[in-house]
Design a protein around this ligand. Structure first.
Ligand code: GCO
Ligand code: MN
Ligand code: MN
Ligand code: MN
Length: 386
């Protein structure tokens, strides 16, 4: 029970299980799993796929010959295990050249290199069958707003995204781009800090249908926002192309905790959303094992992410089948409006009906809504006592 299978579509990044436990204050504590080791380990655990940044696989200074050797070794591991590469991304944040941004840098030499590096990553991903290309603008932001015009930055961001969409079309790659928002870290302030901001930008692009979002639990939570609400908005807009699952305490540094390890109720409603609305994309764990762990701990971490998702999925089924819970929800959602010609769509008739509406404000205002009972029952399902 709770053993993942390929159909669950769980994926991990090479950078997640490859993480050696380095942080800004301390040195690596373990050998991260190498790309080939990660493929074998994840396949054994029942994951569907593995994702990577260009430089997780191929070092930035690799020669073409080295690149070929690395990629063919990696491909061989994929073929042996059947693991897929559903998503690829590009590091536009690690190298010093990107210290003041990539697509939004003031320096056109940097902006051109960022595009070049991204299209090369798209080529690499396409070679391995990737269908989603994630863009996380980790360095697109500022500390000193005096030096970087935020209006120009938006124009540059848009110009870069339009260029990449055109490239995608010109090569017939068929990628869907998924933009990942984060409010801060590594920059003091990152542009387009929330999923909602990304959705706003997407609507202004030349090919808005080609571009969606990759929301991450930790990122909305760092900003103190409700992740479930952000994902719901993206889903309703048809823009949930990918999702980064992890966990995070509110408004702290970027913690990348194991999925479902901190905000259990929020994780539950997230899983419920993805399951109830039959999200078919990848469920990607963008997290890493605690710095206390050795390599066995990394395996426990990866298993735990998937197992928790599957446990929550079972809790969702229990919640959806619980008669008392469903009766409360039906009660809350079952109110009737006695106003025959009014249907919430504007028309002269419905307007007339609306203007004649005689509401019993006091009576409706005095009606109780049993959220306390509903929430207690939800908690009891999660506590395992129901
Ligand atoms: C972070 C981000 C990254 C991105 C990754 C994919 O907080 O560091 O979540 O892990 O998801 O770069 O683009
Ligand atoms: Mn993150
Ligand atoms: Mn992170
Ligand atoms: Mn992420």
């Amino acid at each position: 029970k709770f053993i993942p299978v390929k159909e669950d579509r769980f994926t991990f990044g090479l950078w997640t299980v490859g993480n050696p436990g380095r942080d800004p204050f301390g040195l690596p504590v373990r050998d991260g799993f190498s790309p080939v080791e990660a493929v074998h380990m994840l396949a054994e655990l029942g994951a569907y796929g593995v994702n990577f940044h260009d430089n997780d696989l191929v070092p930035i200074d690799a020669t073409p010959v080295e690149k070929q050797r690395i990629v063919s070794g990696f491909r061989c591991a994929l073929e042996q295990t059947g693991l897929k590469v559903p998503m690829v991304t590009v590091s536009l944040f690690t190298d010093p050249i990107f210290k003041d941004g990539a697509f939004t840098s003031n320096d056109p030499r940097v902006r051109a290199y960022a595009l070049q590096k991204t299209i090369e990553s798209m080529d690499l991903g396409a070679e391995l069958g990737a269908e989603v290309f994630v863009l996380w603008g980790g360095r697109e932001g500022s500390e000193v707003d005096a030096g970087k015009n935020a209006v120009e930055a938006m124009k540059r961001y848009r110009e870069a995204l339009n260029y990449l969409c055109e490239y995608n079309l010109s090569q017939k790659y068929g990628y869907k781009f998924a933009l990942e928002a984060k409010p801060n870290e590594p920059r003091a302030d990152i542009y387009l800090p929330t999923t909602g901001a990304m959705l706003g930008m997407i609507a202004t692009l030349d090919y808005p249908d080609m571009v969606g979002v990759n929301p991450e639990v930790a990122h909305e939570r760092m900003a103190g926002l409700n992740f479930y609400h952000a994902v719901a908005q993206a889903l309703e807009a048809g823009k949930l192309f990918h999702i980064d699952l992890n966990d995070q305490k509110m408004s702290r540094f970027d913690q990348d905790l194991r999925f479902g390890s901190d905000g259990i109720k929020e994780a539950f409603f997230l899983v419920k959303l993805l399951e109830d609305y039959q999200y078919t994309g990848m469920k990607h764990f963008d997290a890493h094992a605690l710095r206390t762990e050795d390599r066995q701990g990394v395996i426990e971490f990866a298993k735990g992410c998937m197992r928790t998702y599957l446990i929550l999925k079972e809790k969702v089924a229990q919640f959806n089948a619980d008669q008392e819970i469903q009766a409360l929800i039906a009660e809350m959602n079952g109110k009737k409006l006695e106003l025959p010609d009014f249907d919430f769509k504007f028309s002269p008739e419905s307007l007339k009906a609306l203007q004649s509406y005689q509401v019993d404000r006091t009576a409706i205002g005095a009606e109780g809504i049993p959220y306390e009972r509903l929430d207690q029952l939800t908690c009891e399902i999660l506590f395992g006592v129901r």
